[in-house]
Design a protein around this ligand. Structure first.
Ligand code: FAD
Ligand code: MLT
Ligand code: ZN
Length: 473
């Protein structure tokens, strides 16, 4: 491959201003949000249309240059970061950010992959609807990235993952063809589900250029509460109580350990836990209602009353207005930001059956604390989905980079062995990327892993799309 003529060809497709080649211009695209991975790339290419994406893929096939597709670059597994070899290009979809259409009768919206998630949420509200995908990175992550990672977030227990919110896709294949799958159908059993194959494939099977998203009626009223629980069995019993009594009105059920809130408060003192006596577990619960303010408020009070009587909770604060509710959510979301400020830490994004969660946490915490005295377990997550962010920070005063270098492999192995033992998953919502590439065969088993490799080989025989992410062939 002749680099100059390759770059000239890319420039002729997207225009010279949209092919970044200087080190300074490329830099923001070459390191991930957590600063865990850094790579190199021949260029960062920013197409403005699906046809341009297709032309870039054909150009890359001819030049044998792999493509790392990037959305908002907020992913946690290094999927959007090129490898240090410098032989790849980064394909940024940030210019493809149009909302193409809204179909009110069908309750769908068709958007380009580079739309920022928050802009889709706002556009949905402007039509009187809710697009329920919600996560801390929503101000910068893009819907193409959300679908490519099958993102979760805080509304999953009511509305599902990104996969559940998507009805159709437009995809540029690894051959540079365009698959026009933008149908807004809630039923379509015409053979293999290609849409679901591309969702969660992290840029390894195709490049998502547009999607048809499901819209929902906008709730009339939301009420948020913070409650204190002493242990995980109480928290799970509380979840069961809310599921029984509030049913589909329950839209959020997030758990934060006091250790994770202490870390948050140490970086953001204004985000201290408003519950007194630092309970071991703080649960953030949200109910969303379509009937009336009074209806949901009364229901919330009644359920909390039962929970207090049954000693499932020891304290509770109901947000008295929108800004207090937002403050509760900000405290929850700022744990991740506090971790980023604290420096390198080891992330585990795991799911477990709720029935095993307590035993998992007790035994893993014990193993961890005995192997690494003084270690900080920054454990929080989407308890309603059985999804823990079981993160490890070194003991206070210990250099995190040195600690990670020495202990990263052993700590991941310890957590993942426990996850296997309790029937969980090593990736609940963040994906695999390069971070978990090595562990996937052991986790999924040889049969499943070989099927994944066969799918990758069939759809991308030239191994042009994000090679050595998710699976290596
Ligand atoms: P990127 O990071 O750019 O890419 C992620 C992967 O998708 C890469 O493999 C990339 O190659 C691929 N990709 C991107 N766009 C496309 C496309 N158009 N076609 C094909 N492949 C593509 N995640 C959750 O699930 N739940 C959370 O609650 C959550 N909270 C977060 C909070 C914070 C503060 C941060 C920083 C991140 C959080 N994340 C969360 C992780 C991250 O935001 C999600 O994984 C998100 O879906 C990634 O979107 P992105 O546009 O940034 O994708
Ligand atoms: C969250 O739930 O806040 C995210 O997945 C981010 C994280 O794991 O830190
Ligand atoms: Zn999460």
């Amino acid at each position: 491959m002749h680099t100059e003529s390759f770059i000239a060809e890319l420039q002729s497709i997207v225009g010279p201003n949209h092919v970044l080649i200087s080190a300074d211009d490329k830099a923001p695209f070459l390191t991930d949000w957590r600063k865990r991975f850094t790579g190199k790339a021949i260029a960062v290419v920013m197409p403005a249309s699906t046809e341009e994406v297709a032309a870039i893929v054909k150009c890359c096939i001819a030049a044998r240059v792999p493509i790392v597709t990037q959305g908002g670059n907020t992913g946690f597994c290094g999927g959007a970061t090129p490898y240090p070899s410098g032989h790849e290009i980064v394909l940024s979809l940030k210019r493809m950010n149009r909302i193409r259409s809204t179909d009110i009768a069908n309750q769908t919206m068709t958007v380009e992959a580079g739309c920022i998630l928050q802009s889709i949420q706002v556009a949905a509200v402007e039509t009187g609807h809710l697009f329920p995908l919600s996560l801390g990175a929503e101000g910068s992550c893009m819907i193409g990235g959300n679908l490519a990672t099958n993102a979760g977030g805080t509304n999953v227990l009511r509305y599902g993952n990104a996969r559940d919110l998507c009805l159709g896709l437009e995809v540029v294949t690894a051959q540079g063809e365009i698959w026009h799958g933008l149908k807004g159908l809630r039923k379509d059993n015409t053979g293999y589900d290609l849409r679901d194959l591309f969702i969660g494939s992290e840029g390894t099977l195709g490049i998502i250029t547009a999607a048809v998203l499901k819209l929902y009626p906008l709730p009339l009223s939301q009420w948020t509460t913070l409650v204190a629980t002493n242990d995980i069995p109480s928290a799970i019993a509380l979840l069961g109580l809310f599921q029984k009594r509030a049913a589909s009105l329950l839209t959020g059920f997030e758990m934060m350990t006091q250790e994770s809130l202490d870390l948050c408060a140490s970086h953001f003192p204004q985000m201290a836990n408003p519950l007194s006596n630092k309970p071991p577990y703080t649960i953030l619960i949200e109910l969303s209602d379509h009937e009336s303010e009074e209806h949901v408020r009364l229901l919330l009070e009644q359920i909390l009353e039962t929970a207090l009587e049954d000693s499932l909770v020891s304290d509770a604060i109901i947000a008295s207005n929108l800004s207090q509710a937002q403050a509760f959510w900000q405290m929850r979301e700022h744990i991740t930001l506090a971790q980023a400020q604290e420096g390198a830490n080891l992330k585990h994004d795991i799911t477990l059956p709720l029935s095993s969660l307590d035993q998992f946490m007790q035994s893993t915490d014990a193993l961890m604390r005995s192997a690494y005295p003084g270690i900080r377990i920054i454990n929080f997550g989407h308890l309603g989905d059985g999804n823990l962010h079981y993160n490890i920070a070194p003991p206070k005063g210990v250099d995190p980079h040195a600690f990670n270098q020495a202990e990263e492999t052993a700590i991941h192995e310890l957590v993942y062995a426990q996850v296997e033992q309790y029937g969980g998953s090593i990736s609940a919502e963040h994906g695999v990327g390069q971070l978990k590439l090595g562990g996937l065969r052991a986790h999924r088993g040889a049969v499943a892993h070989d099927m994944m490799k066969a799918i990758k080989r069939a759809l991308d025989p030239d191994n042009i799309l994000n090679p050595n992410k998710v699976v290596s062939i």
